[in-house]
Design a protein around this ligand. Structure first.
Ligand code: B12
Ligand code: SF4
Length: 486
């Protein structure tokens, strides 16, 4: 059987003005996971439209398309194209789960929820000649997960080819997050067995890893055992975690010993009323500043995630948040406009109140105001969002953030690292367009290796690394990409 798997690009990514670095970060891990269930004699390809052109003239038997909200329009176009040619088309992923009826108009079969139970069931039905039009995931386990088909991924096209997930979902229930909607109908947080996760890590070449788990620390027992198992492997890695998990005694220390060098932390808002409104209970009353101090003391860089536009936010929120982040010495920040994804509680609340402005999914990208905010206009929200990025990454702010570091080496590193992303962005884009992105990985590993020392140790260390080496690490934070995993 000839199987073609496609990750379509959102409209922006195919324009000549798109920012290639953002879309050359991570390979399509979800599709490579599903490919693991195919038979050895199936002919299978994975096409990631963010980094390669799709050959539309081919004649596959089965087409599998992963649909995100921002790529839905393109996904449906591709689905219609292949159905017209007589291929059998399957659509699955987050947006299909949010709006199955919309997706079903373009598919022979749709899949709701994660695919580890439904996909093998479909394959058996398909081969037997009676596939169903819809499969809903209910049995949630990673116990029988086959090895991810990384051989189908062209590693040279990605800055972070070693992305990995060892769990699914998250134990929390924030209203704005995709997670509750996607995992409804079954468990919404579960992990691999520790040994299986360690085996998957072992299969990855090089030193660097990026855990894409929503909350790698979400099950402390699993996380502690994983970190114990990783100790001595010589890995350098990045991940996402909550403020609460950073403050928990013991776990962060284990993570650092296992190679943690940078953490994406969902602060989201400095207002506890906003946290309550969004049911982000795990952040309420937590000492954000203590969490940042603790990470810095352990040599872990912080990528702080912030969401603008919650109901308590007025136009003063942008300056206040940026100022706070600079004062805390946060190395990099990711800002988002609150985005009500269909299927979430946030969406339902906004829709009931008549506050949704439109359903142009292309613009549900966390950079556009798609709802009417409570205390400002949509224009003010968008303008403030862009201003926040500009203000956080201006030279004066970078130098002030750097000045919070206790050592000269720390100050230089902060300045070089933060500046690298925004100030040298066009250079990285050139490297990617020249298809040289894979060559940056050893540089990235070298940078991260330099971040493990505690500030006290750094005092006695060598002078700082060259600026260009520091800059790359910023790229692997999916800046502006997410409404906050964790
Ligand atoms: C890595 C990542 C990226 C990477 C690359 C994505 C990629 N290559 O797949 C980059 C940085 C490019 C990115 C960009 C964006 N992202 Co992003 N990203 C993620 C992240 C952190 C991990 C995705 C992942 O690899 N998961 C692990 C794999 C194993 O799971 P999976 O991909 O979901 O696949 C499983 C199922 O979905 C299902 N499945 C998927 N497709 C199909 C198809 C079939 C037929 C079947 C049976 C099953 C199936 O089975 C798979 C195995 O279980 C997620 C958060 C998350 N936890 O999902 C956000 C997330 C997907 N991103 C999100 C967003 C909003 C964006 C952006 C729009 C952000 C922006 N401001 O521009 C862009 C645009 C993406 C696009 N192309 O349209 C949202 C999506 C919201 C939505 N409802 O669609 C998420 C959920 C983050 C969040 N918490 O809000 N992202
Ligand atoms: S926003 Fe983060 S902490 Fe909240 S449910 Fe989503 S992944 Fe979990």
């Amino acid at each position: 059987m000839r199987v073609k798997m496609i990750l379509p690009a959102l409209t922006e990514a195919t324009s000549p003005f798109f920012r290639p670095i953002k879309y050359s970060l991570f390979p399509p891990l979800g599709l490579a996971t599903l490919a693991g269930y195919l038979d050895p004699d199936d002919e299978v390809t994975i096409t990631d439209e963010h980094v390669q052109k799709i050959d539309l003239a081919d004649e596959p038997d089965l087409v599998v398309i992963q649909v995100y909200i921002t790529s839905a329009k393109r996904a449906y176009e591709l689905a219609d194209h292949y159905r017209a040619k007589g291929a059998y088309v399957c659509l699955g992923g987050l947006h299909v789960t949010s709006l199955p009826e919309e997706a079903a108009r373009h598919a022979d079969t749709i899949f709701c929820g994660p695919g580890e139970d439904t996909w093998p069931r479909f394959l058996a039905d398909f081969r037997a000649g009676h596939p169903a039009p819809r499969y809903d995931s209910t049995e949630r386990t990673l116990a029988t997960l086959p090895p991810v088909r990384r051989d189908l991924i062209d590693r040279r096209r990605y800055l972070v080819p070693n992305s990995i997930v060892v769990s699914r979902g998250c134990p929390h229930v924030c209203d704005f997050c995709y997670k509750e909607a996607f995992f409804k109908g079954g468990k919404s947080f579960y992990t691999q067995a520790v040994d299986a996760a360690l085996a998957e890590i072992d299969r990855l070449p090089g030193r660097h890893l990026y855990f894409l788990d929503d909350h790698l620390f979400g099950n402390p027992r699993f996380a502690a055992a994983l970190f114990d198992g990783m100790r001595g492997m010589g890995r350098l890695w990045q991940a996402a975690g909550t403020v609460q998990s950073v403050l928990r005694p013991g776990l962060l220390e284990k993570a650092v010993e296992a190679g943690l060098r940078s953490l994406f932390v969902g602060f989201e808002t400095l207002s506890s009323a906003n946290l309550t409104e969004q049911r982000k209970w795990q952040n309420i009353g937590r000492d954000y500043e203590a969490a940042i101090r603790r990470l810095h003391e352990h040599g872990v860089m912080v990528n702080g995630s912030f969401v603008f536009g919650m109901d308590e936010d007025d136009t003063s929120v942008f300056d206040r948040t940026v100022e706070w982040a600079i004062e805390q010495g946060i190395e990099t920040a990711t800002f988002h406009i609150l985005t009500p994804y269909p299927g979430t509680r946030l969406y339902d609340r906004m829709a009931r109140a008549g506050r949704i402005l439109h359903h142009d999914w292309d613009l549900y990208d966390t950079r556009h105001a798609v709802f009417r905010p409570a205390r400002m206009t949509p224009e003010e929200l968008e303008e403030g969002y862009w201003r926040a990025y500009r203000d956080f990454y201006r030279w004066g702010s970078i130098l002030r953030g750097a000045a919070t570091k206790p050592t000269l080496r720390g100050r230089l590193r902060h300045a070089a690292y933060a500046a690298g992303w925004k100030k040298f962005e066009p250079l990285w884009d050139l490297v990617i367009r020249a298809k040289q992105v894979g060559r940056l990985l050893p540089t990235l590993e070298a940078i991260l290796a330099g971040f493990g020392a505690h500030p006290a140790v750094e005092e006695a260390a060598e002078p700082d690394e060259p600026v260009a080496r520091e800059t790359v690490a910023r790229e692997i934070e999916p800046a502006g990409s997410h409404t906050s995993p964790a």
